[in-house]
Design a protein around this ligand. Structure first.
Ligand SMILES: [Zn+2]
Ligand SMILES: [Zn+2]
Length: 177
């Protein structure tokens, strides 16, 4: 797993999964917006934007002291909409950062394994099928809890989530405990 924020990993996975997950001829585009929030304005709602946020397992590296750490509470926020008239869909994504426990400076952006990326996108595609294509919702998938599905060795190295170091906590949009 890399500690580098790699946008292409996300956009390439999105492209690869698109055909199988959506089975539609609509054109979907995937972009990044690092100022994205979870709150939609009335105008945005009218334009049928929707929000999906996901809690993932990620890794970080401090740009100052180069310390690395892992977290099971890395928030990624998506906005998506389908414009039926033009048959174009848009997804916007924002990864939320964490700051180094020692330096307590800037928020670093997370790195993810391909597996984590695919899992997040599966959740997103599920929401798109339901909200843009009217598919009946399958049983609500359990969101990953901290440490769930991680093996023992990773648990040990994980320290408690510190709100002051988490950008999502700062914005009040961190995953539920
Ligand atoms: Zn540091
Ligand atoms: Zn948090």
């Amino acid at each position: 797993m890399s500690t580098d924020w790699t946008p292409t990993l996300w956009s390439e996975c999105f492209e690869e999964m698109l055909d199988e997950e959506l089975d539609s001829s609509d054109q979907w585009a995937f972009h990044f917006n690092y100022g994205l929030t979870e709150t939609l304005t009335k105008e945005e709602r009218r334009r049928e934007w929707r929000v999906y946020s996901h809690c993932a397992f990620g890794q970080f590296q401090c740009g100052k002291c180069f310390k690395t750490w892992r977290s099971a509470r890395v928030v990624v926020v998506f906005r998506y909409r389908l414009q039926n008239k033009t048959a174009r869909g848009t997804v916007l994504m924002r990864p939320l950062g964490q700051a180094c426990r020692r330096c307590r400076e800037e928020f670093e952006l997370p790195g993810f394994s391909q597996n984590e990326v695919e899992e997040a996108l599966l959740g997103l595609f599920g929401k798109i099928r339901k909200n843009c294509y009217g598919e009946e919702e399958e049983e609500e998938e359990e969101e990953d809890d901290d440490e769930e599905e991680e093996d023992g060795s990773e648990k040990v190295s994980m320290r408690p989530h510190e709100k002051a170091l988490c950008e999502a906590c700062r914005l009040g949009i961190c995953c539920q405990e």
